[in-house]
Write a protein that binds this ligand. Structure first.
Ligand SMILES: [Zn+2]
Length: 131
């Protein structure tokens, strides 16, 4: 017989300790000026997210050993960031899980480029038509 032990929760509500801000947190809003590249990428990322959703690409496109599938996915660029000079290059990405992304990043840049552009070529649907 299972004995159900009645869960008696002691409601030990801590008396709202008077945590008075002796020092008013006057946050000076220091907005860090975002770089042009960062802004561009934020825009591109929004577009990509929508486009990929439309194509039903929601999990890793590389699927190597140790792939985490649809978990921890990130955008992997065909070119390393510092070599990206155009908006279209910014949109040249594959959706990779963190594990596969780490692998891709470990490759020499030429190989990484081939890897990512191959992924793009082999897609059943052309994501770029939604971009
Ligand atoms: Zn993966």
């Amino acid at each position: 017989m299972l004995k159900r032990s009645p869960i008696k929760k002691k409601s030990s509500l801590k008396k709202s300790s008077t945590l008075k801000n002796s020092s008013p947190l006057r946050q000076k809003t220091r907005i860090k000026a975002k770089g042009k590249k960062t802004k561009e990428w934020e825009e591109a990322r929004k577009l990509l997210t929508k486009a990929f959703e439309k194509c039903n690409i929601t999990s890793c496109e590389l699927k190597r050993e140790g792939c985490t599938g649809s978990y921890f996915t990130t955008w992997a660029h065909s070119k390393k960031r510092r070599y990206i000079n155009s908006y279209s290059e910014l949109l040249e990405v594959g959706l990779l899980c963190i594990s596969c992304h780490t692998y891709a990043e470990s490759l020499p840049k030429e190989e990484m480029y081939i890897l990512i552009t191959d992924i793009i070529k082999n897609r059943s649907e052309d994501v770029t038509k939604y971009l």
